[in-house]
Design a protein around this ligand. Structure first.
Ligand SMILES: [Zn+2]
Length: 342
């Protein structure tokens, strides 16, 4: 949660299985998620003789039921011609394999994102878990939570139907014609490696996926396979690039509600992370592990799902502070310790 959420523009959210027009020719769809963040927004775009759908929902039975209701209900008049998936997270790509098999829709995804999704389903689960456990140990996670993480295993393949083995690359800078509307493919980094956002200049519409959200700050995680990465720098740079779009833009995000104050929301997110960087530096004090800093930044972490998010983002702040010269990282007994530089 960030202070100053952006106010909602337009209609109330649809219930799962319903569709609400948020702009001419653009239907807003809502799917359930089995987490505290309990929904994801999808969009179906009028593409003349069919629909172009953006994202798929989580890979579970409930989401399949919602799709069945939509295909027999609000979307029934026309086939789904194209499926655009914005990034590899399970609430976005979760049913891509299932939905393309069912509809025959063309499947478009940015190459890096498709590779991530395929890698995470194809990787040996034991090796994936070993990589993750080494990361959590290095972060200083306590024994009880290490045990919970180990017991939970490699979760990604349980959250998606296997993504299609072939795809049409969504190329950064390309233009998609959707029912006569031109959408530029913009890339947002930091939340995921190369998230696709679709920008229609003529109608000032931004399908933003998770890159910019009205209420919460998108999770910006360091993940086990790249423990020294600096995703926050990439996230902030991506937000600054979005600032080139007009202030009066209708943003259609993947969570919560459509909003218009794009520049104000960019400012709020940049301020939020600046404050979090200061809070992380203060929490390090005379020296601390990532897990100890997480305890200060995220006082309530109830389960392993939240722990992965909270620890990944804490490390994003710590790694940014290291890159900026405000902290140093040392390794002792395979555990990272962060401290102010001497
Ligand atoms: Zn995401």
């Amino acid at each position: 949660m960030t202070p100053e959420p952006a106010p909602r523009t337009g209609p109330d959210p649809p219930r799962p299985g319903e569709a609400v027009e948020v702009a001419p020719g653009i239907l807003w769809l809502r799917f359930p998620l089995p987490f505290a963040l309990d929904h994801v927004n999808l969009f179906a775009l009028d593409d003349r003789d069919g629909w172009t759908v953006v994202d798929t929902g989580f890979g579970d039975a409930r989401s399949k039921d919602v799709w069945r209701a939509l295909l027999d209900g609000p979307l029934r008049a026309r086939p789904i011609r194209r499926l655009v998936v914005t990034h590899f997270h399970p609430d976005h790509v979760g049913l891509a394999g299932w939905l393309t098999a069912r509809t025959g829709a063309a499947f478009l995804m940015v190459e890096t994102e498709w590779l991530m999704a395929r890698y995470l389903v194809a990787e040996d689960p034991g090796r994936a878990l070993a990589t993750a456990m080494a990361f959590y140990r290095a972060a200083g996670v306590d024994a009880a939570r290490l045990q919970s993480l180990e017991a939970d295993g490699h979760v990604y393949p349980r959250r998606v139907t296997p993504p299609p083995t072939t795809f049409t690359p969504l190329v950064p800078g390309a233009v998609l014609d959707v029912g006569g509307r031109r959408f530029d493919v913009l890339i947002g980094e930091g939340h995921s490696p190369a998230q696709a956002c679709l920008w229609c200049a003529e109608d000032r519409l931004l399908l933003a996926a998770d890159q910019i959200l009205p209420r919460i700050s998108p999770n910006v995680p360091v993940w086990p396979q790249a423990p020294t990465a600096d995703p926050l720098a990439r996230f902030t740079r991506s937000l600054e690039r979005l600032r080139a779009l007009p202030a009066e833009t209708l943003v259609l995000p993947a969570h919560d509600w459509p909003f218009e104050d794009l520049h104000g929301r960019i400012d709020a997110l940049v301020r939020f992370h600046d404050d979090r960087l200061d809070a992380a530096a203060a929490a390090v004090g005379g020296g601390a592990t990532a897990f100890e800093v997480m305890g200060a930044l995220f006082p309530r972490v109830d389960d392993v799902h939240q722990l992965r998010f909270a620890l990944g983002e804490t490390l994003a702040h710590l790694n940014r502070l290291v890159e900026a010269g405000r902290l140093v990282r040392a390794t002792a007994d395979a555990v990272w310790r962060f401290a102010a530089p001497r």
